[in-house]
Write a protein of this length. Sequence first.
Length: 166
Amino acid sequence: MNAGGTRVQFPNVTGSNLQRKGFRLPQDFQGDPNLVLIAFQQWQQRLVDSWIPFARQLEEGHPGLRYYELPAIQDRNIVARTFINEGMRAGIPDPVARERTITLYLDTTAFRAALHLPSEDDIYVLLVDRHGRVVWRTQGAFSEQAGASMVAFIRRSQPNPDSEGA
């Protein structure tokens, strides 16, 4: 479930959230770590939604953590982008969800290659550290096993308050 021995860097990409604010990622991720939910197809939203209660709970329990939804869509012309963006805005009335949803219009094949994501047939859940490194990953709908693995990783990664300075 984790990134294993391969070091993967989140690629430099741009997008806008559903509040129409522009982002440069990974620089504009605000957490440490950042829980990133990547979907490639509209039907995958239900898989992303399966992670949201866990993501909210995790964020409450780990003050540095932030979560984001990243719909990754093959680059389109401005008319198609506007149609898609307005459709997503209409379907997501919650301002927090709109703020956390950053749509990426890009070459999805190159994006997947940079992140070592094998296909667009599933969602991917990544933990990205403050330096843009992917430090943990899984794919698919939320499961207790995946959630426990992520929590265990986060706990192992946090500095031990009982230890002396490095």
